[in-house]
Ligand binder design. Structure first.
Ligand code: AGP
Length: 611
């Protein structure tokens, strides 16, 4: 899940590529590099963040109107200068960047070693590049043809972009599995893993599909498939503003995105929650309402934070729609040989819409005849293009690696889908339906009130910022919220944190409790409240450092701890959307308190485009 940027046209390529790499740095920041072609083919690369490369190149002659750039998330070969991209071919004619994994690279490498090729890195990318180079040399064909021949023989996922010394005005790019979008300018073209490096130059884009190859000059964009047939590019307009991908005065994208939630939740409800008509209007749901309401089973497939949203949805759909739901880790579902029956509906949840595990899992279920309904944030993403129908979460670009506003938007969309199905199935009363509509409608204002209390949450966070371990506990709808709180803290602070159903503690984890362990309960008022309070007393009895998210005005836990974080009251079914916000802020302030880069946590990347 590296970041790819390239440019060909009439402007200086380096500044455009460098800025683009900074925009894509959330996709990987182990190393970065650029290759520029101006008579000479020059490659510059450096371990670490893009800023390291920029500093290293200060004062270097970087004139060129064509170039490629890459920011890396290491898969094959440790983060280092020599494993950084771009790589140069043995002949020195080609430079290439790659996002993805070539699974059969070891076999290809053996053949090339036998032919006398020498490798300067441990990467699968350098192997693919020299495989192309070898075909080019031995077949005496064009680079385009050599790329086509090579790609028919590789196994894995890729976006590759090549610079060719012998065709100094042309870029060759190809895609399978990893994302690639091409921006069309006046006599110039911009290539990137997503639209964020392109938006400030043009809104006209083409999303490249699997097995497509692009031959790009300043004034030409030629698309072909691996069968050498020409494809007419489908040009789309980007519905994205530059401001959406700027920090907007916040110290970090994560904090900005947490504070955007009252607006993003409102945007998610807008035009769908029709309070006047007392109904929910969602085109994708309406079109397939028959299949959804008569589904034998709903299988939710996702990863990470999106999987936690799926777990909340399981509780909501089973309660409201009385349809059995299973929540599957995509990576396990993919290889487990699961049973998918006709009449099953697959709900794929993904912020990026590019997560490889989720993409390949739903492609497998689709082959078995299931209907795929996508709940996605990135418009035009690969999972959107594979799904039969779906609903976008309209949370806007999420740059911070730790997902925050996309999670609450996912919960809002999943709740509206469940409500719509339940209304059509008459599996809930009209009164309950209207009540939950009003509850949803009140969420943006309540989220605003929680954010207004950020200073208090910061104080609680800093009191626990030196912890070495952390437990998050909840029951019912709040159990997945506890899991999400633990994931956020792990990602942002590197503290080992676990989420658990509160009642599960007695079956083992309570052994972890001592006077050094912070134990956070999501303890808002609901059907489980009394049980949760007694679970807190069990922890208190063992001197655990209690923290609790409580409903405003609830004083039942005043004697147990001073670290109480009040949130506005809400129906237990709606409460997860609100209750997670203090946990997002807690992990943010602990991460910042520990001096960590909360937008680019170590070892992570925003969208995981390799299996
Ligand atoms: C969440 O903060 C992480 N970035 C990660 O767990 C993420 O949720 C997971 O990779 C799934 O991503 P997706 O929603 O884009 O598919």
């Amino acid at each position: 899940m590296c970041g790819i940027v390239a440019y060909v046209g009439h402007q200086e390529a380096y500044p455009i590529i460098l800025k683009g790499l900074k925009r894509l740095e959330y996709r990987g920041y182990d190393s970065s590099g650029v290759a520029l072609l101006d008579q000479e083919l020059n490659v510059f690369k450096k371990q670490g963040k893009v800023a390291e490369l920029e500093n290293a190149l200060n004062g270097t002659q970087l004139k060129a109107t064509i170039g490629i750039g890459h920011t890396r998330w290491a898969t094959h070969g440790e983060p280092s200068d020599r494993n950084a991209h771009p790589h140069l071919s043995k002949s020195g004619r080609l430079a290439m960047i790659h996002n993805g994994i070539i699974e059969n690279y070891a076999a290809l490498k053996q053949d090339l070693l036998a032919k006398g090729y020498v490798f300067h890195s441990d990467t699968d990318t350098e192997v693919l590049l020299n495989f192309i180079d070898d075909i080019l040399v031995n077949n005496n064909c064009s680079l385009e043809e050599a790329v086509r021949i090579a790609l028919k023989r590789v196994v894995g996922a890729y976006v590759i972009v090549l610079l060719d010394k012998e065709n100094p005005d042309t870029l060759i790019a190809a895609r399978k599995g990893s994302p690639l979008v091409i921006g069309i300018g006046k006599d110039e073209h911009f290539l990137a893993s997503d639209a964020s490096p392109i938006i400030e130059y043009t809104k006209e884009v083409v999303y490249i599909n699997d097995y497509e190859l692009a031959i790009i000059k300043g004034d030409q964009l030629l698309l072909k498939n691996l069968g050498n047939e020409v494809i007419t590019p489908f040009v789309q307009q980007l519905d994205l503003e530059l401001a959406a991908i700027e920090k907007g005065g916040y110290d970090h994208f994560m904090l900005k995105e947490i504070h955007e939630q009252p607006h993003t939740i409102f945007d998610c409800l807008r035009g769908r929650l029709d309070m006047a008509k007392g109904d929910i209007v969602m085109g994708g749901v309406q079109q397939h309402i028959d299949k959804l309401m008569h589904a034998n089973r709903i299988i939710i497939i996702a990863c990470g934070t999106s999987w936690h949203a799926g777990l909340v949805a399981e509780y909501i759909i089973e309660e409201l729609c009385r349809i059995p739901v299973e929540v599957e880790y995509a990576s396990e579902f993919r290889y487990r040989n699961p049973i998918v029956n006709k009449g099953d509906v697959i709900v794929a949840i993904s912020q990026s819409g590019e997560t490889a595990d989720t993409l390949v899992a739903i492609e497998k279920a689709k082959e078995q005849g299931a209907m795929i309904f996508g709940v996605l944030n990135v418009v035009g993403s690969s999972i959107a293009r594979v799904s039969h129908a779906g609903a976008y979460t309209h949370a806007g670009p999420e740059i911070g690696v730790a997902s925050t506003k996309a999670f609450t938007a996912q919960l809002v969309v999943l709740t509206m889908i469940a409500l719509k199905i339940a209304k059509e199935k008459k599996s809930i009363s009209p009164e309950r339906f209207q009540h939950l509509m009003r509850e949803l409608n009140d969420v943006p204002a309540k989220a605003e009130r929680i954010l207004a209390n950020a200073e208090l949450i910061k104080e609680v966070a800093l009191r626990h910022a030196t912890a070495t371990s952390f437990l998050f506990l909840g029951r019912g709808y709040n159990f997945p919220v506890a899991l999400e709180g633990a994931l956020k803290l792990k990602e942002i602070s590197y503290i080992h944190a676990e989420g658990y159903p509160a009642a599960e503690m007695k079956h083992g984890p309570i052994a972890l409790v001592d006077d050094q362990l912070p134990v956070l309960f999501v303890a808002t008022k609901d059907a489980y409240h009394e049980k949760v309070v007694s679970n807190m007393q069990e922890i208190n009895a063992r001197k655990g450092k209690l923290i609790a998210v409580i409903t405003e005005g609830d004083h039942t836990m005043d004697s147990l701890t001073a670290d109480l974080i009040p949130v506005p009251a809400a129906d237990e079914l709606i409460a997860p959307i609100l209750n997670v916000i203090p946990l997002q802020l807690l992990s943010y302030y602990i991460g910042v308190g520990r001096g960590l880069d909360v937008d680019r946590p170590r070892n992570l990347a925003k969208s995981v485009t390799v299996e």
